[in-house]
Design a protein around this ligand. Structure first.
Ligand SMILES: *Cc1c(COP(=O)(O)O)cnc(C)c1O
Ligand SMILES: [Zn+2]
Length: 438
């Protein structure tokens, strides 16, 4: 089943590698690309699908030389951004000196007010990734893809995007001196469109949904028109995906080199959730955290819930859906990493759950009212799902729980459009008193 779905992508991937693979690239500890399904290894290059079985390629590392305590000390002495983890990422050793947006090291907020409201007693934290340079977690993944693009000699950065990625690519390209040309569904939120356009790159609206945009980009990669282009989430996807590991690293380091018991993570393509699990596994193997169980919970919007639908039905394949939700950043109807998300949720004892658009709006307001954090719709999805999982008993309120907020509410103002003035008064005390606010 998986094989057939990936066949088209793999043949394009093989074409690309033939023209651009360069075995002398310096990407630090990254040793090769390895197939997630069959383990087949190929040299580092701009390829993303296995030539043997069409499975997705991942970065394989050589961490064997690392001493745990020296590594911990070097991380702790590193910069307050993702490059403190450079020895665990597919980037050159001197990456901190290259022009990029230096994302990461965002706040892990101890959310005691929200915990009280939800009845969590074991410690509730919000990892607030709206604090990144373009106000979403996407700066982390783009920073890795940018280094791969430099290493492979690409000069144009591109992507298919549900909005946040377009802005992150535009900004990173501007700073690093790349051309950018990015593709989005034509009907995104104004905040996302403006944030993507302002950096001066080319922004193309496609008449269709994200899955149409992604299909178009796959075609473009196989065509001479796309030659020399680094698509951060297509032909550079193995590198891009590694950026999400930094969320796992930061959460554990900020908890004092400790694994949380439970994490609630949003799902669009499923890449972020999959790589958070990979990051936690690496920390365990490296001895940086104690090896003990953790549970990963996936969060979707009901209007685009292919993974939670499969989870609840007990399936291990994900049937595509046509998205219809205000959580546009998560509106991927055919998520590439869906089957892996199901594996991880089941293996760790987590779950995948979804919430309605109304519940998303409620959760955005709840987080804002209790913690002073204004989340985009994706944050409404994770907070809403957290509340639902506590009510159903799937999430243990007595355990340490980390909820991800991956984007900024200023980009999705329409979601809370009914929120506004408490009163309009004349500029005198009489009028103020009459409004009942004294
Ligand atoms: C892209 C995105 C995600 C997660 O995307 P994956 O494709 O699952 O890695 C989560 N939140 C926001 C706000 C995003 O833009
Ligand atoms: Zn394979």
């Amino acid at each position: 089943m998986r094989k057939m779905r990936r066949k088209g992508l793999a043949s394009m991937a093989v074409q690309t590698v033939a023209s651009t693979t360069n075995s002398t690239v310096d990407l630090g500890p990254a040793a090769a690309l390895s197939c997630r399904e069959c383990g087949h290894r190929v040299p580092l290059g701009p390829v993303f699908a296995c030539e043997e079985c069409f499975g997705p390629l991942e970065i394989a590392y050589d961490f064997s030389a690392y001493d745990t305590e020296k590594l911990r000390a070097s991380i702790e002495a590193g910069p307050a951004n993702i490059w403190r983890y450079a020895p665990l990422l597919p980037v050159p050793a001197d990456v901190a000196g290259k022009p990029n947006l230096n994302p990461g090291w965002t706040k892990l907020v101890k959310a005691d007010n929200l915990a009280a409201e939800l009845g969590v007693t074991g410690g509730l934290f919000v990892k607030d990734d709206s604090g990144n340079p373009t106000h979403s977690f996407k700066d982390r993944v783009v920073a890795q893809a940018l280094e791969a693009a430099r290493a492979f000699g690409f000069t144009t950065l591109s992507c298919s995007s549900t909005g946040n990625l377009a802005g992150a690519v535009g900004a990173a390209a501007a700073r690093a001196g790349f051309r950018s040309c990015v593709f989005i569904p034509h009907d995104l939120e104004q905040g996302k469109v403006v944030m993507a356009a302002v950096y001066g790159g080319e922004l193309v609206g496609i008449e269709g949904n994200y899955d149409d945009v992604n299909r178009f980009c796959s075609e473009l990669i196989g065509d001479p028109a796309g030659e020399g282009w680094g698509f951060v989430n297509v032909n550079l996807r193995p590198y891009y995906a590694e950026g999400s590991k930094t969320l796992a690293y930061e959460i554990c380091e900020q908890l004092g080199w400790r694994l949380p018991d439970q994490l609630v993570v949003p799902i669009a393509s499923g890449s972020q959730l999959t790589k958070i699990d990979k990051g936690l596994q690496e920390l365990i193997k490296l001895g940086l955290v104690e090896d003990r169980p953790y549970k990963i919970f996936g969060a979707q919007a009901e209007g685009c819930s292919p993974v939670s639908t499969a989870y609840k039905a007990g399936h291990d394949v994900v049937r595509p859906q046509k998205p219809d939700t205000i959580a546009k950043s998560l509106a991927i109807g055919n998520p590439a990493d869906g089957p892996y998300v199901l594996d991880i949720a089941r293996r760790t004892g987590g779950a995948v759950e979804d919430v309605t658009d109304a519940e998303i709006v409620d959760a955005i307001k709840l987080l804002a009212r209790t913690e002073g954090i204004f989340a985009e719709t994706a944050g409404g999805v994770t907070v809403g799902v957290t509340r639902k999982l506590i009510e159903s008993g799937a999430l243990d309120p007595a355990k340490t729980t980390v909820v991800l907020n991956t984007g900024d509410g200023l980009k999705t103002l329409d979601a809370v459009a009914g929120t506004g003035l408490t009163a309009t008064i004349r500029p005198n005390l009489d009028s103020f008193r009459k409004a009942g606010l004294a």
